[in-house]
Design a protein around this ligand. Structure first.
Ligand SMILES: [Zn+2]
Length: 674
């Protein structure tokens, strides 16, 4: 089998001499993709926001997380060691803890792709050797069942075997793409081959077992890596099985909610509403997008288009966060957890918004960006990254939020009463349910791989940040350029061509949907290309070394209101500047101010100021707010004319909240027309 894989791989490499096969998703040969991935490591952050974040990621987030997961705080490596017979003990941690470790390995590889530090690869390889020893002869690898005598393999889907499988396959493909080695990939292939023998035959017993759906993405990447179509076939089978069987508990589903919670009530191709657990849903949709990228099946992409519109148009917070409720019900009245509820039902204090769900929202959009080649998908990636993704981790990179509400009021919820303390008034240094931290850290580590894509004859700029791009267009010609910018604090972007082919090609600049009045100049001249918000502005011409593209996006402070059907934000506004959503937090208010007493004058004069020394360097917004002085008593009372006190305050980016101790915070503020 190994030698067969090697033959297929080398054949692929010959036929794809020019295509970029080392991207985050390897869509180089995918027939139904318009924008292809660049190789990891081809874009390197050089200055500004993402360079700073990557530095924290490289120096703090990844190593610190490694110390947790390979030590005794987390249990991931210990579990593998015990399964490998290298250590005595019992399994600890959640059923999906193996998957958390694979995500951290993936994050490590993204960092290695960018800094080339061989120590990272050596350490990762050391752990892969342990994982290989833990794998059973036939390919099975799940420490949560291997180390527990009372659980049989593939006995019940609630043991999350598919989740671990998905992350194993994805992480192994990334390791192979970046290192060129097969030590991790061999484990993945052996494991996926076992999966094929068990789940490819259609049986009623395993028909509903494909939960949670992370394995679909992993299988498609394995197909892309090895060229073996059986993995694609199996990925498709996992989609086709959902919604095919009667939704009632059977022996494989006991102990975990069924139906809409796990997206099995409605077959995907008929779905028009995002339902259930938000993380499962978005992994599922991203995986299905990968299957479409290979098969081109219209019914599949039509459904994904509807679901993307439903998520981003009716169930998403202003921060790009998704999954409104910890507990609730779908519109079909199935019980759901950590997921989607009704359209426009957007509570703030109790918003769940699991960091994983937010990250997966941006990931689903990245997969859709490739397929459709439209910049509206990059808008969602940007919105999530700058707001509801980064809010999940502290500025120093060592403390984590699992839930990301838009308003925090103390002493109103007993956070510790919730299982696993997934909702918390402040970031925690370790979460027993550790799915979110490595998911977020691997995302921060790989943003440079999302920043550009390759079009048929050109390059697309999806995300802005100071960087150096050194890659090849799809025809194999070299393209080298630099991007200089202080985005998102300033809207000026300067792109300089350092090397390119002589023949014309296109540079596509993503113009975010929030932009008003952007201008594009090439070598100081208007070239007649309009910057239309929410689209790619395409400049096609003969480029030469030294050409400069200047994109200027005015960074205006705007007040954002919600659709009138969002009851929770009626007559309230959020402050936004560029892609950054702001909040007001108690450290910036007079002592003992209750956040619910803060109102914003509708005509407030707001000023932005970049503060290099404040919280790692960021832009704050200054202005007046009104504090309501009259007492609030009783649940309802007769309306009286409010008494106001005006105070000058500062608004900080939402992602940076709770970095100055526990605080109260709100994104939405009621407005007062005076
Ligand atoms: Zn999570």
């Amino acid at each position: 089998m190994k030698s067969m894989t090697a033959i297929i791989c080398s054949t692929l490499i010959i036929s794809l001499a020019f295509a970029q096969q080392h991207g985050i998703i390897n869509n180089s040969e995918s027939p139904h993709v318009k924008l292809k991935s660049i190789n990891m490591g081809d874009c390197i952050w050089t200055e500004g926001f993402w360079a700073d974040k990557f530095k924290v990621c490289e120096e703090s987030m990844v190593p610190y997380m490694g110390s947790l997961l390979t030590g005794d705080t987390g249990h991931a490596l210990n579990n593998f060691k015990i399964a490998a017979g290298l250590k005595e003990g019992e399994h600890k941690g959640m059923h999906w803890h193996d998957g958390d470790f694979y995500k951290w390995l993936e994050a490590s590889m993204y960092v290695y792709a960018q800094n080339g530090d061989e120590k990272i690869l050596e350490e990762v390889d050391e752990y892969i050797a342990i994982i290989a020893k833990a794998q059973e002869e036939d390919g099975y690898l799940q420490t949560q069942t291997q180390l527990r005598d009372h659980i049989d393999r593939y006995e019940n889907r609630r043991y999350h075997e598919m989740y671990n499988t998905g992350h194993l396959l994805t992480s192994a493909c990334i390791h192979h793409r970046i290192s060129g080695q097969t030590n991790f990939l061999d484990i993945a292939v052996k494991h996926a081959d076992l999966l094929y023998t068990i789940f490819m035959p259609e049986t009623k017993h395993y028909g509903r077992f494909g939960f949670n759906q992370t394995q679909i993405m992993g299988l498609v990447e394995l197909y892309r890596t090895t060229g073996d179509s059986k993995y694609l076939e199996l990925a498709e089978r996992f989609i086709n099985n959902r919604g095919k069987y009667r939704v009632e508990h059977n022996e494989t589903t006991q102990g975990y909610p069924i139906g809409d919670m796990v997206q099995e009530r409605t077959p995907l191709r008929q779905a028009d509403e995002a339902v259930g657990h938000a993380v499962l849903a978005l992994y599922y949709y991203a995986g299905a997008a990968d299957v479409y990228a290979e098969t081109g099946e219209k019914a599949l992409i039509d459904a994904l288009d509807r679901l993307w519109e439903n998520v981003t148009g009716k169930k998403m917070y202003v921060t790009g966060a998704v999954g409104q409720a910890h507990y609730g019900a779908s519109t079909n009245r199935d019980m759901i957890q950590e997921g989607f509820i009704d359209a426009y039902m957007m509570p703030n204090i109790t918003a769940y918004n699991e960091t994983c769900a937010n990250v997966c929202n941006s990931m689903f959009s990245f997969h859709m960006l490739g397929i459709h080649g439209e910049s509206k998908y990059a808008d969602i990636m940007e919105l999530v990254l700058y707001n509801s993704a980064l809010s999940g981790i502290s500025l120093e990179g060592k403390d984590y939020f699992y839930a990301n509400p838009l308003r925090m009021i103390h002493d109103t919820r007993d956070y510790h009463a919730h299982a696993n303390v997934t909702e918390s008034p402040e970031r925690e240094p370790y979460l027993n349910c550790f799915c979110c931290p490595p998911n977020l850290v691997r995302t921060i580590a790989k943003v440079s791989g999302w920043a550009y894509s390759l079009s048929k004859n050109g390059v697309a700029v999806n995300l802005y940040g100071g960087n150096r791009l050194d890659t090849k267009l799809l025809d194999g010609s070299m393209i080298r350029l630099t991007q200089e910018t202080q985005y998102p604090w300033k809207g000026a972007v300067k792109i300089t061509i350092k090397e390119s082919k002589k023949a014309p090609f296109a540079m596509m600049l993503g113009i975010p949907g929030w932009v008003k009045g952007a201008t594009i100049l090439v070598n100081g001249k208007d070239v007649g290309v309009e910057a239309i918000p929410g689209t790619f502005a395409t400049i096609e011409r003969q480029w030469k070394k030294g050409d400069i593209v200047a994109l200027d996006m005015p960074m205006n402070i705007t007040l954002v209101e919600g659709h009138p059907r969002i009851e929770e934000v009626r007559n309230q506004v959020a402050i936004k500047r560029g892609p950054i959503v702001y909040c007001i937090e108690s450290p910036d208010l007079p002592e003992n101010t209750e956040i619910l007493d803060v109102y914003l004058p509708a005509r407030a004069k707001l000023d932005a100021q970049y503060r290099p020394e404040f919280m790692g360097g960021l832009t704050t917004i200054g202005g007046n707010v009104l504090l309501r002085k009259d007492k609030k008593e009783g649940m309802y009372r007769m309306m009286t004319k409010p008494e106001w006190k005006t105070v000058k305050t500062t608004f900080v980016p939402y992602y940076a909240w709770c970095n100055r101790g526990q605080s109260e915070m709100t994104v939405w503020m009621p407005i007062v027309w005076q």
